[in-house]
Design a protein around this ligand. Sequence first.
Ligand code: FES
Length: 142
Amino acid sequence: MDFRIPYQMVKPQVLSRKIFLRLLSALITSFFLWIWYRINEYQFKNDSQLEFRHNDDIPGGLSYFGKYYLFRQENSVTAFSTTCTHAGCRIGKTYSSVLQCGCHGSQFEASTGIPLRGPAYKPLQKLDCQFDSKSGQWIVRM
Ligand code: FES
């Protein structure tokens, strides 16, 4: 008996140019997506590792530091982001107890971050702020 497959039944697998170009473009796209993902991951790690230290001599009320501000009431210090919750503008420096966004006019109560006037309706992001008794400093983590 002859168990060989007849020549007509074995179709040769040839990679057409069209399929090859599709595979190549998928490979290149995947490569760039992977690079984009790694860059974003790296930036996110760097942003999430931001840590700021302040000595315990923070004055009462609002102290502005660009990306965030501190609000001191007696022995407690609270930190809030200065990124407006409406469309992401940076809220400018102020010395009053009300923060006003220069983009669309939202106002926030400095001690709580709660919006007093729209269009923003979400409160400002509260940041992690703890007193380190070893160093005697307030540590703000973003
Ligand atoms: S971005 Fe602040 S009010 Fe619109």
